[in-house]
Design a protein around this ligand. Structure first.
Ligand SMILES: *Cc1c(COP(=O)(O)O)cnc(C)c1O
Length: 373
């Protein structure tokens, strides 16, 4: 199997699995227990919190462990929803992940006004539209750092400043950015940010919410209630193995060889160039003219239906831009927003490379596609 679906998930790295191992068995205690075994677990959680914070350019107390980015984002939107007297306008981009779009839809159902910012044909949020949309009525602006389908990098700092100028909060879905580009809560001037471990070679079911200033600075009622863990923002017994794994995945990012991303970008470019040559330059790459994640290639090949390729390339795993919407497979809203011409919409292919991808993998992918076509 050739795996070209790294933006959907990554394998849990061996060193991450190794770091987690003791916390399933010997060091199984509840991190909230006051006895010595509990303290061992609590210390492991504290160390992981430092590792994650360091990766995000944040302080450890600003990291709230959650079950993943979906939960992190939901916490932010639910918090706003519960605020009794607040502005009732929210701004998101049209190409956000479903976890953001559906959270915004929840607020809309509850009487909030939601503006969905359009993107340029290159898949970047339109800053002029953002400037017009963000008003003194706006409570929250949420724009992703990088897109999961086409890899385009968004002008996070500019949008964050537009939000702050009118006294709104700024949330960023930084899931795809972590490990693939510089991430800094300070430089981006974020109030909230969502992260996930399984997109950075960590385990599934664990993630984090960054809250500027920590739980004490949380501006709204707390949506989840229980034992008060994570500063009361995410109560429930801590997932110690998961948290340790997330920390180890962040340590791994810091310790990677410096040229990892460069190599991935080179092979991604090789993939696009090779496809271009094989198909007589009849391919178009979305986001080609703007800053993109080094591992992501969202493209169309003229005359080739994504479904056909998807069904017949059995030994190659990639994405055809379809997305599950209420249990029904349909076209991804990202592709829908970026591609205007209707006849192109069913041609979208997404190849997202793992860090350890090789030139040989790319050659096999190309010949596999060629054979099917
Ligand atoms: C995967 C992904 C998520 C969801 O993360 P989970 O931890 O699986 O909930 C959110 N946003 C983006 C951009 C993603 O790629």
């Amino acid at each position: 199997m050739l795996y070209f679906d790294a933006n959907a998930t990554t394998p849990c790295a061996p060193e991450v699995q190794e770091a987690m191992r003791p916390y399933w068995s010997d060091a199984f205690a509840n991190a909230s227990s006051p006895h010595c075994a509990g303290r061992v677990a609590a210390q492991a959680v504290a160390a992981a919190r430092r590792s994650v914070a360091e990766c995000l350019d944040a302080r450890p107390q600003e990291i709230i462990f959650t079950s993943g980015a979906t939960e992190s984002t939901n916490l932010v939107f639910w918090g706003l929803l519960l605020a009794p007297r607040t502005r009732r306008h929210v701004v998101v981009s049209a190409i956000e992940h479903k976890s953001v779009l559906e959270s915004a839809a929840l607020l809309e159902e509850q009487g909030f006004e939601v503006t969905r910012l359009p993107v340029t044909p290159d898949g970047v949020v339109d800053l002029d539209a953002a400037a017009r949309a963000i008003t003194p009525e706006t409570a929250l602006v949420s724009v992703q750092a990088a897109n999961n389908e086409i890899g385009t990098i968004q002008p996070v700092l500019q949008i964050s400043r537009l939000a702050h100028e009118v006294g709104a909060f700024f949330h960023v879905d930084a899931v795809q950015a972590l490990g693939k580009m510089p991430v800094s809560m300070l430089d981006w001037e974020c109030d909230f940010a969502s992260f996930s471990a399984h997109k950075i070679y960590g385990p599934k079911g664990i993630g984090a919410l960054f809250v500027k200033g920590g739980p004490l600075r949380w501006p709204w009622p707390r949506p989840l209630r229980g034992g008060g863990q994570e500063g009361g923002l995410r109560p429930g017994t801590l997932n110690v193995p998961g948290i340790v794994g997330f920390g180890a995945a962040c340590d791994r990012l810091q310790q990677r060889p410096a040229n990892v991303l460069e190599n991935v970008a080179t092979l991604r470019d090789l993939l696009e160039d090779s496809l271009g040559r094989k198909f007589n330059n009849s391919i178009s790459v979305l986001g080609k003219n703007v800053d993109r994640l080094p591992n992501t290639s969202g493209l169309l090949i003229e005359g080739i239906d994504a479904d056909m390729l998807f069904l017949r390339c059995k030994d190659v795993l990639f994405s055809d831009g379809s997305a599950c919407k209420s249990g029904v497979i349909g076209l991804s809203h990202v592709v829908d927003s970026v591609l205007i011409e209707k006849k192109l919409k069913n041609k979208f292919l997404r190849f997202t490379l793992l860090e350890n991808v090789t030139k040989h993998d790319i050659e096999l992918l190309i010949s596999s596609i060629e054979e099917v076509v």
